[in-house]
Design a protein around this ligand. Structure first.
Ligand code: SF4
Length: 235
């Protein structure tokens, strides 16, 4: 798997390769069981039930790095943050920011396009309880590292809650830089920068736990995406 990730010559090749990965037995069992049993509301749909590749432009200047696909969202539709409540909040904000052509993301053939943005996750298969193990995160890391390597020529800003922790190995693997020690503290709007690497912005996750409780509001998302555009020099 590590060798296959390293051989990917472009994002299309990487996306095809990651979609066939079965390196984590627990996650393979889970993603396929969810696809087989399905949620009642989606009983008539064919679930994707495989690893979910990244989505967006190959020359992105902004990247959003999430944790993992949702069992009945990305694992159902085959596109990251698509078909669940988190995606509803995220894409509404991206549309307001001018980074998405439409405010919704409901299916892989719904016409969504992104501008100057690539979205991907640190772990590509839906995990039980949204909690991958550290071993699963590390096993999946070569896909993430290759994806960042392929968009590295243009990438200026990465943001996300999970990105904050997942970014430091990327910094070493892709940019050849020693991660800062101690690690900068995560927070919504937290900002880290160093010469020769993309800047990092912290953003609370668009989970229902955060958006329903008001911990993360549309205005807070607008602020962080506005900041990301400014840092990445995206109009
Ligand atoms: S989580 Fe990553 S490494 Fe594990 S099976 Fe899925 S794609 Fe492969």
């Amino acid at each position: 798997m590590v060798a296959r990730a390293a051989r990917a010559t472009d994002l299309a090749d990487l996306d095809a390769a990651v979609s066939d990965c079965s390196a984590c037995p627990r996650l393979v069992r889970w993603r396929e069981e969810v696809a087989r049993t399905r949620r009642a509301a989606f009983r008539d749909q064919e679930y994707w039930g495989r690893p979910v590749p990244g989505y967006g432009t190959a020359d992105a200047r902004i990247a959003i790095l999430g944790l993992a696909p949702a069992a009945h969202g990305g694992n159902r539709t085959g596109r990251i943050f698509t078909g669940d409540r988190s995606g509803d909040v995220l894409f509404a904000a991206l549309h307001r920011a001018g980074l998405a052509n439409q405010p919704t993301s409901v299916a892989s053939d719904d016409g969504l396009t992104l501008r100057d943005l690539r979205i991907f996750s640190a772990v590509r298969c839906a995990p039980p309880d949204n909690k991958p193990t550290p071993d699963e995160r590390d096993t999946c890391a070569p896909w993430l590292h290759r994806e960042v390597t392929l968009i590295r020529p243009t990438l200026r800003v990465a943001l996300g809650a999970f990105a904050w922790a997942a970014w430091w190995p990327v910094l070493r693997q892709v940019y050849g830089q020693r991660p800062p020690s101690p690690r900068p503290a995560f927070g919504h709007g937290a900002h880290w920068s160093a010469t020769g690497a993309p800047e990092l912005l912290g953003c609370y996750h668009v989970s229902q736990q955060n958006t329903f409780t008001g911990r993360l509001t549309p205005e807070m998302l607008d602020d962080v995406f506005g900041r990301a555009k400014q840092l990445a020099r995206v109009d």
